[in-house]
Design a protein around this ligand. Sequence first.
Ligand code: ZN
Length: 284
Amino acid sequence: MIYFGPSGNPEDFYADGNKSSEQMPKWLFESGLNAYEYPCSKGVNIGELKANQIGSEAAKYGIRLSIHAPYYINFASDIEENLMKSRKWLTDSMVAATWMGADRVVFHPGSATGIDRKIALTRVNKQMQVVLKEAEELGVDHITLCPELMGKVNQLGTLEEVIQICKTDDRLTPCIDFGHLHARDFGRLNSTEDFEIVIRMLWDQLGRERGRGFHCHFSRIEYTAKGGEKKHHTFADKEYGPDFDLLVPLIYKYDLLPVFICESNGTMAKDALEMKKLYESYQR
Ligand SMILES: [Zn+2]
């Protein structure tokens, strides 16, 4: 099964008179979608009751849930206090995911500003082992952690770095953000072949299971002259890439089973539905 859904609550959801995230699963189901990424980007502020409510609605309507962990996480820091806080943000997200019945937590690995990237990556990999151990102790290590491919050049999380992080433990699955990849590499995704290089890398280096079932963020994106993400756009802003329809043939060719989360600016549910339709209407 392939999953399509939005990151957070789109404008249409509120325009339809809804107020709270507990209403999202039903609304998504009625919209024809089956995934929802709940944002804890500004902190894990959700309580157990609300998480349970979202979870039971999601179970009722067949919506697959994931959580986006706080943006403040930085596992490349050399300050122990920052690392401790980062681990806590991540394990708190895993606890919330458990309450909710979500099976994945997406996170930003860290900042490479002013540090040699190899040193930064070594620090992140070391922290992955510590945080997984802590997750085991909390009984939440059944949640899959997804380090995200990042859009800004000074952030740790190139395609290669995300693969290296995932190689350290089977419980890590990449979050491939194609918009971010496109932005940080000056618009590199312009053909199905360009996407195929990425899929083959995942497949060759992480094996069949993670090569097929990775987590995926998708949006059209604007990048700066120096490379790197400037702004997420909507699918209607056709002057910005990448195009989802270039990826569609590869879903069939490699029998991919990703969770596709659309991160369009405000129209993430409408655009997730467009992705689903492009996938379903593809003629082999
Ligand atoms: Zn993210």
